[in-house]
Design a protein around this ligand. Structure first.
Ligand SMILES: Cc1cc2nc3c(=O)[nH]c(=O)nc-3n(C[C@H](O)[C@H](O)[C@H](O)COP(=O)(O)O)c2cc1C
Length: 209
């Protein structure tokens, strides 16, 4: 199924968020080509597709048109090299509503070291991180893609991250960490020293590593 057909078949995009339990983990498993082989109940509940509509389909079945291509380009470059990737992604539910998530991957290989499966776990992203930082960035990337293609949205993203002296993963980890720190100060809650030092308390709690 190509992307064009996929969007033609779908209910119109609605600028409303899916209501879901944001403490839950949305999980799916694909083959090496991103074809869905398993999705947990949370995945099914949040995206609104039935299991039979998801299995055997490419993962772009939930691709949101507000997502810049370059993010998936970088995601796939990392996964194919066997590297985990944390991305902030806006997904599209069957209803046309959206939901924002942050990803964590596991990569399974066969006895010859060939990648056979990817496992994606996703959790909710703090709304403030999305609206203050990610949405404005993705909007720019999307506009650049529309005007000059992914080659130039990638160049822009590289420049943006170079200025911040961060990789994409470091940048989004820091956004979430800074958000958490501000929240915890507000709540008079002290972060554990070791977590603060490494700046990854959120990721440890979220993905257990
Ligand atoms: C395990 C795994 C999980 C993925 N999860 C998502 C997802 O939640 N949302 C999404 O839009 N793309 C996801 N992708 C990326 C899609 O395969 C695809 O690259 C993306 O939707 C962009 O579509 P396109 O490549 O047709 O442009 C995932 C890929 C893999 C391997």
């Amino acid at each position: 199924m190509n992307q064009e057909n996929q969007f033609q078949n779908r209910t119109a995009v609605i600028d409303k968020e899916v209501t879901w339990d944001k403490t839950q983990v949305i999980m799916s498993k694909t083959n090496a080509f991103g074809i869905i082989e398993y999705a947990n109940e949370v995945f099914v509940d949040v995206c609104g597709y039935e299991d039979y509509e998801l299995m055997g389909q490419p993962h772009n079945i939930i691709r949101h048109p507000d997502m810049p291509k370059v993010i998936f380009k970088v995601l796939w470059e990392n996964l194919k090299q066997g590297k985990n990737f944390h991305a902030i992604v806006k997904n599209l539910a069957k209803s046309g509503r959206y939901y924002w998530v942050i990803t964590d991957f596991d990569i399974a290989r066969d006895e010859n070291g060939v990648i056979v499966n990817y496992f994606a776990r996703r959790q909710a992203v703090p709304q403030e991180v999305v609206s203050l930082h990610i949405e404005p960035l993705y909007k720019k990337l999307l506009q650049i893609e529309a005007a000059s293609g992914v080659e130039f949205s990638e160049k822009y993203l590289i420049g943006f991250l170079e200025e911040k002296k961060r990789s994409y993963i470091e940048y989004i980890k820091e956004l979430i960490y800074e958000h958490e720190k501000a929240q915890s100060k507000f709540a008079q809650y002290e972060l554990k020293e070791e977590d603060e030092e490494e700046g990854k308390g959120f990721f440890k709690r979220l993905f257990g590593r």
